[in-house]
Design a protein around this ligand. Structure first.
Ligand SMILES: CC(C)(COP(=O)(O)OP(=O)(O)OC[C@H]1O[C@@H](n2cnc3c(N)ncnc32)[C@H](O)[C@@H]1OP(=O)(O)O)[C@@H](O)C(=O)NCCC(=O)NCCS
Length: 163
């Protein structure tokens, strides 16, 4: 994992553990990144599961909407990114990278072996982030996503070896 250029790193934000109190804001963030937004209750239900954890990007001392969040799950050494979203106005300033970095640190400290995720083949920003971290494609689910344009696109299943 080679760090993005320092001048683009958004130092106003700190990455903190996500708690049940963050789920409503996480739902608002999720809505900015996906056509089917996850509700506060859905995120609460996920986070309440013991193997699920998450991080928020927050500006210390400010009540502003958080910059982004990530949710992940670890079961018996195999982990998965459930979702990640960064507020549009703060994208491309290193927040996604830092959220993923926090997940990787947590997983390595818990001895996880591999991290999987699914991404739309047309999601160039996410693909660039994941490839930069070191993920590679392991399989593909054809016509998996219904795009806003009406077209169907494939889901790429990607894996990162943590060993
Ligand atoms: C994908 C997403 C989380 C990336 O978050 P981000 O904070 O903008 O990403 P970062 O600024 O940390 O970028 C890290 C690296 O990812 C790549 N990247 C991120 N956005 C990119 C873009 N729009 N175009 C090309 N590369 C991009 C770059 O390699 C970048 O490194 P660099 O800054 O050194 O060039 C964000 O675009 C988002 O929330 N998208 C909507 C929700 C979504 O698609 N989630 C993923 C579903 S699988």
């Amino acid at each position: 994992m080679t760090a993005p250029s320092l001048f683009r790193r958004n130092v106003e934000f700190e990455i903190v553990d996500m708690t049940a109190a963050d789920c409503a804001e996480a739902s608002s963030l999720h809505e900015t990144g996906f056509s089917r937004a996850w509700s506060d209750g859905e995120i609460q239900a996920l986070l309440a599961q013991e193997p699920v954890f998450g991080f928020m990007a927050r500006q210390p001392g400010k009540r502003a909407v958080p910059g982004g969040f990530v949710l992940a799950r670890l079961v018996e050494g195999e982990a998965e990114i459930l979702t990640i979203a960064v507020l549009p106005k703060h994208r491309q300033s290193g927040i996604g990278w830092r959220l993923m970095g926090a997940v990787l640190r947590r997983l390595r400290s818990e001895g996880a072996e591999s991290l999987f995720l699914e991404v739309d083949e047309g999601n160039e920003a996410a693909l660039a982030l994941y490839r930069k971290i070191g993920f590679s494609k392991v399989s593909e689910r054809a016509a998996y996503y219904d795009n806003r344009s009406g077209a169907k696109t494939a889901a790429l299943v990607m894996r990162l070896d943590l060993g």
